[in-house]
Design a protein around this ligand. Structure first.
Ligand code: ZN
Ligand code: ZN
Length: 594
């Protein structure tokens, strides 16, 4: 029982429509082939068959080079790597000085503040003892002293003389572009336990000795010329090192990134794991437009002369090189292949979408579209909505109309039109049964033939009885109270369908109705007229609607025909059920039950 309640005993599967068409079949396989090709290309292109791991790396660098420079106030000095590389800048970076401001022999003393930082003063009252802020070079003593011939500034207690920024100076270390740096980079891909370094094992000692990196000639040499690095970053070493303008003087530096990219394929067949170097400037290039351009830092060397501590202050401008390592390694993995295949299966639905669209549009074939949509789409209506199917004798198609509460069924506009298909097979069976059927039916047939003339008269009789309804076009329809029963056999004015001899033969003939009844249930017992009346209704529906009625629409028999059938097979008490809504097209079984 719970099995039934929870729908556990059921399995729902989709119903498919098979269209036998060479055109559609070949189009389907062509599209599937294209999709398969696309998937394969993407698999190879994106290496979707691989699992990946990201690089873990360490970098060390060693700058080499000696430069002779002429520092004002000091004279010519030779700087080696210890001098020009300054203090260590960080784990993955190195620094090369390109310019320097040296302030020699600073001692702790009182001296005038440098104008842009200390305000100008006239008397001691303008200065505040003990004052200092973040721009100050020292703590004010409260005195106003001469800075130069024209200006007076507040005196500060600090390292004197104060560093002077105003002396213009060309790139002292322009030759630093010829310095070289050796970068050692060890990498590891933990998931694959794979270790490698940028000094490749394939390279011989002779290859490495004295080599200089060149993108084309020597792309795996780990020794770089600084000038090359800067020019590969599309910068000018001289510009980066220093910029002198006639009115605005700006010592600059910068930050250049050295990117090492490892894109490794660790499969045996396609094994490759080589570093690729690229360079770019990391700080803002248009830095002369900002307040704090370039890159610089200070350091001092201390000494004691005659018991007094002195220092030499170096403000160093230069270029910092940051080494950044990126990388991933891939290796074939069957799990990745399965995941990839799974993720691409949905692309095959595109074929269905495209073909359905093609059939849906009239580009393909109108008949195929009609046929296909009738078989593929089964429209089901909610019970609340009632659709009726109407067949007029002077119209070739069946109409599906919505039951209206205001208009007569005759006047209701159709929602859709359907092609009528005549049920010729069952008609043929019926006729053949009538022609060479059981001998018992013959006298009835004969008897009926006399009634045939009577039947043709009856409509005229009824017409005079009923009078003409406003909605009736044939002049034979009896009055009806309900709107959905007010239906004539015709759309336009003309002869009534009841005047046709076939109606008498096919719908009203007792022998035909009995034959149809026994055809369905050979052992049925005939004991009331209602059976034949309902049989006549069903016979009419089968004749006029055949199999063409849409599933959810109720076929409606015109008022004149109902009147005719009731006149032939009347109910003893004069009461009739009327049109039953929500009923499907009468099947053989229902015909029997009615
Ligand atoms: Zn009528
Ligand atoms: Zn009629």
């Amino acid at each position: 029982m719970p099995c039934v309640l929870l729908n556990l005993c059921e399995y729902d599967t989709q119903k498919l429509v098979k269209i036998k068409s060479v055109k559609l079949g070949s189009l389907k396989w062509t599209l599937n082939g294209v999709i398969l090709m696309f998937i394969c290309i993407m698999l190879l292109w994106n290496k979707g068959y691989q699992e990946y791991d990201l690089v873990v790396s360490s970098v060390t660098s060693k700058v080499k080079g000696v430069a002779k420079l002429n520092i004002p106030d000091i004279g010519e000095v030779v700087w080696d790597v210890v001098d020009h590389s300054g203090t260590s800048q960080g784990k993955n970076s190195f620094f090369v000085a390109t310019n320097v401001i040296v302030t020699q022999n600073q001692k702790q003393a009182n001296c005038p503040e440098v104008p842009p930082y200390g305000k100008l003063c006239r008397t001691d009252k303008d200065c505040e003892k003990g004052f200092s802020d973040q721009y100050s070079h020292g703590v004010q003593t409260g005195a106003c002293v001469k800075f130069d011939v024209m200006k007076k500034t507040c005196e500060v207690s600090t390292w004197c003389p104060i560093e002077n920024k105003k002396r213009p100076r060309p790139a002292l270390l322009a030759s630093a572009e010829n310095f070289t740096v050796m970068i050692k980079n060890n990498i590891r891909f933990p998931a694959f336990n794979y270790i490698r370094r940028n000094i490749l094992p394939e390279l011989k000692d002779t290859d490495l000795k004295g080599c200089i990196y060149n993108r084309y000639k020597n792309p795996y040499c780990p020794i770089f010329r600084l000038g090359d690095i800067v020019s590969e970053a599309k910068e000018n070493f001289g510009d980066m090192a220093v910029e002198v303008k006639p009115y605005f003087y700006n010592l600059r530096g910068g930050v250049v990134g050295i990117q090492i990219n490892w894109d490794c394929d660790l499969n045996r067949i396609f094994h490759s794991c080589l570093p690729k170097y690229s360079f770019r400037r990391l700080d803002e290039k248009e830095s002369n437009k900002t307040l704090y351009p370039g890159f610089n830092f200070r350091f001092a060397r201390y000494s004691t002369v005659n018991g007094v501590e002195q220092r030499t202050l170096f403000k160093i401008y230069g270029i910092r090189f940051d080494v950044m390592v990126f990388g991933k390694a891939g290796r074939f993995s069957i799990i990745q292949v399965i995941i990839y295949i799974g993720s691409t299966l949905s692309y095959y639905a595109l074929t269905t979408v495209l073909l359905d669209w093609l059939i849906g549009t009239s580009c393909y074939s109108k008949e195929a579209k009609q046929n296909y949509s009738e078989r593929k789409f089964e429209s089901v209506q909610d019970r609340e909505e009632c659709f009726l199917c109407v067949s007029f004798v002077d119209e070739d198609k069946l109409r599906v109309v919505k039951k209206s509460r205001k208009k007569t069924l005759q006047q209701t506009k159709p929602l859709s039109l359907h092609q009528r298909k005549n049920d010729l097979a069952s008609m043929r069976t019926l006729i053949s049964v009538m022609q060479c059927g059981p001998s018992r039916s013959l006298p009835v047939q004969n008897g009926q033939s006399s009634g045939l003339s009577r039947n043709t008269d009856t409509p005229l009789l009824e017409k005079s009885q009923s009078g003409c309804q406003a909605w009736c076009q044939c002049g034979c329809c009896p009055p009806s109270a309900t709107l959905h029963e007010q239906l004539c056999c015709r759309l336009g004015k003309g002869r009534c369908i009841t005047s046709s001899p076939i109606l008498s033969t096919l719908i009203l003939s007792r022998s035909v109705l009995e034959t149809a009844l026994f055809y369905v249930d050979p052992l049925a017992e005939l004991h009331e007229g209602a059976q034949l009346r309902h049989g006549a209704y069903a016979q009419y529906i089968r004749w006029r609607f055949g199999d063409s009625t849409p599933r959810d629409a109720v076929p409606v028999i015109p008022s004149c025909c109902i009147g005719r059938i009731r006149a032939e097979y009347p109910s003893p008490d004069g009461k009739y059920g009327g049109l039953r809504l929500h009923q499907a097209t009468p099947s053989q079984a229902e015909f029997n039950a009615q």
